[in-house]
Design a protein around this ligand. Structure first.
Ligand code: HEC
Ligand code: HEC
Ligand code: HEC
Ligand code: HEC
Ligand code: HEC
Length: 452
């Protein structure tokens, strides 16, 4: 019997047994585990002893993953007008990562459940939280939140919390060393997103990292997600181009002094939502991070043909730049050419009065298609990747600007790499015009005098 037949038979046997032993199927076929919500402990209880870690995590994008208005509006808009069953399946799948504790405990198990706000248990609204991550024991697959959990039994019997130490002796809970927590896979389990019906790769941060120089075969050179993101703290962006010093201290009130305590700010590039919650510290950290992610260079060697080359190098990120939700994120080049008198003679990438970007702007992003080459913006409809123009880790992309004829003389060229979490046009369309203005961060700028 060939391999394919064998596995079909295996699936049939597995799904046949399903009618007899439903709980077994829950684990072995569909990999959906179910736990009573009462088995988990709320984050403020953990914060009672792990106060510094709790403060770092509070208002992080993990804490805000369910309440984040941009996520909610995009998810609810995405549910509308779908008829294809695969598309509906994907549109209903958001909660598996954005409200993971609700998903494994029975409500909300679908995106549309999120619209019944009064039915959602308050603790699950705290998003990706302490007892979810620290109950993890491994993963079935490194995508779509296929994580293995073994939670305790609530505050009375919190069970084992897994982490990086091998020798900790807390009294509230027991603890155990977990290799899974020390490597990129615990992050990759959610930071690799595939369309649940069509398999389209929607977010590939983990996969990008696995192919990057940071996933070095030399353990001394290897930098896991944690090596940047859980060394990050105010004033210490901890990127590929900046030092990543250890953070000595204690993990819990009264705990022993240790040489490194992993930070829990989980700051990426989003400066906006933490700021909206009044968390200026994380907003500033996101800007610091973005400003240590890339380098720009202007090459005027072909200026006689009116061409300018702009090199965009990813020096700081352990994955593509940008990464994650790159059909939505906007990272682009703004080029302004001025005469010696200061008059703008050529510009591209400047947002208009509505803060929208013009067609033809040099954007670094991913575009999804409907399977017939037509662009789609609702990820539920994404059957193919039409284009992927982003900067791989450690590498540079060369962009070309053509200065229109007629412009001549000595000129000053200023190029900036700009970042915004989403197009203002998208935000206006899902939330109403002018309701929410997303900030634009200047990541890096380069200047050069040229003569045309
Ligand atoms: C997204 C998953 C995730 C969330 C949410 C999370 N942690 Fe962690 N935590 C980790 C990982 C991963 C490590 C270990 C990193 C390593 O070893 O590389 C860790 C380490 C720890 C440690 C060991 C000390 C240290 O920081 O090095 C403690 C204690 C801890 N976390 C408590 C908490 C508490 C309390 C919360 C909630 C306020 C929390 N964690 C939320 C993933 C998470
Ligand atoms: C009553 C105080 C207290 C509470 C409440 C508490 N912890 Fe701890 N925890 C500790 C102490 C003390 C340590 C040991 C610190 C050390 O050895 O450096 C610890 C260690 C840990 C570790 C590291 C385990 C290892 O061996 O790597 C993790 C993870 C952790 N706690 C998670 C949690 C989570 C999640 C919660 C909430 C469900 C929580 N803790 C609630 C006191 C507490
Ligand atoms: C070498 C350091 C480094 C490593 C390793 C690293 N990152 Fe990052 N990460 C960055 C920098 C710098 C940024 C800010 C620039 C950007 O947005 O890509 C960032 C941004 C992000 C963002 C926000 C992206 C956006 O634009 O919305 C996410 C999410 C993220 N990282 C997750 C991860 C995960 C998951 C891993 C491991 C698989 C990881 N990172 C490994 C440095 C790193
Ligand atoms: C249970 C799923 C899950 C796990 C596990 C997880 N993440 Fe996340 N992470 C998310 C989601 C969902 C968001 C986005 C929330 C939002 O923007 O609404 C996010 C956001 C982030 C951001 C902020 C991105 C930005 O735009 O600023 C960073 C950084 C990040 N995660 C890093 C990590 C790292 C490092 C790990 C591993 C230690 C990890 N995550 C584990 C689901 C997860
Ligand atoms: C397998 C896990 C997973 C699933 C399923 C998932 N997401 Fe996410 N989502 C993430 C991660 C991880 C991020 C953070 C990536 C980044 O910062 O670029 C994120 C970020 C977002 C953001 C950006 C929020 C912000 O404030 O910047 C939006 C919007 C979003 N997701 C919408 C959705 C929608 C809509 C669905 C369902 C159709 C969905 N997500 C399903 C993991 C997931």
């Amino acid at each position: 019997m060939n391999h394919r037949r064998k596995s079909i038979v295996r699936i049939m046997m597995c799904c046949g047994a399903l009618f007899l032993v439903y709980p077994v199927m829950m684990l072995s076929c569909s990999k959906v585990q179910h736990f009573e919500l009462s088995r988990f402990v709320a984050p403020d209880v953990c914060g009672g002893c792990h106060d510094a870690i709790y403060e770092q995590w509070k208002n992080s994008m993990h804490n805000l993953s369910q309440s984040d208005t941009l996520y909610r509006e995009v998810a609810f808009a995405g549910l509308k007008g779908l008829t294809d069953s695969g598309e509906i399946q994907e549109a209903e799948h958001c909660v598996v990562c954005h409200n993971p504790m609700g998903y494994v405990s029975g409500f909300p198990t679908k995106t549309s459940h999120e619209q019944q706000d009064d039915k959602i248990p308050a603790v699950t609204k705290e998003g990706i939280q302490c007892d979810f991550c620290h109950s993890a024991t491994g993963a079935y697959r490194i995508y779509n939140a296929k994580i293995k959990l073994e939670p305790g039994h609530g505050e009375a019997n919190p069970g084992i919390k897994r982490g990086p130490f091998g020798d900790s002796k807390p009294d509230f809970h027991t603890s155990a060393f977990s290799e899974f927590h020390t490597k990129s896979e615990i992050c990759g389990v959610c930071h690799d997103v595939r369309h649940v019906a069509f398999g389209t790769k929607l977010e590939t941060t983990y996969e990008e990292w696995t192919k990057s120089p940071y996933n070095s075969s030399d353990p001394a050179k290897r930098v896991y997600c944690q090596g940047c993101h859980m060394y990050h703290r105010p004033g210490i962006p901890a990127t590929g181009s900046t030092p990543r010093p250890e953070n000595p201290g204690v993990a819990a009130a009264g705990g022993p002094e240790r040489k490194h305590i992993f930070t829990h700010y989980f700051v990426g590039a989003n400066s906006f939502f933490p700021a909206l919650k009044g968390d200026k510290v994380k907003a500033k950290m996101a800007v610091e991070r973005l400003q240590n992610a890339a380098e720009l260079a202007i090459d005027d060697s072909a200026v006689s043909t009116r061409k300018l080359f702009i090199l965009v190098k990813n020096t700081g990120a352990g994955h593509y730049l940008p990464t994650g939700l790159t059909d939505v994120r906007q990272m682009w080049l703004q080029v302004v050419v001025k005469s010696t008198a200061g008059k703008v003679v050529y510009a591209t990438g400047q947002p208009d009065g509505d803060r929208y970007l013009a067609e033809g702007t040099i954007l670094f992003n991913t575009v999804f298609g409907d399977g017939n080459g037509k662009k789609v913006t609702n990820i539920a409809k994404a059957r193919e990747i039409l284009s992927d123009h982003r900067v791989p880790p450690g590498q540079a992309l060369k962009e070309t600007i053509t200065i229109p004829s007629g412009i001549r003389g000595p000129l000053q060229v200023e190029v900036s790499l700009l970042y915004r979490s989403a197009p203002q046009k998208l935000v206006d369309s899902v939330m109403g015009k002018g309701k929410l203005i997303l900030p634009v961060t200047t990541m890096v700028t380069a200047k050069k005098r040229i003569t045309m």
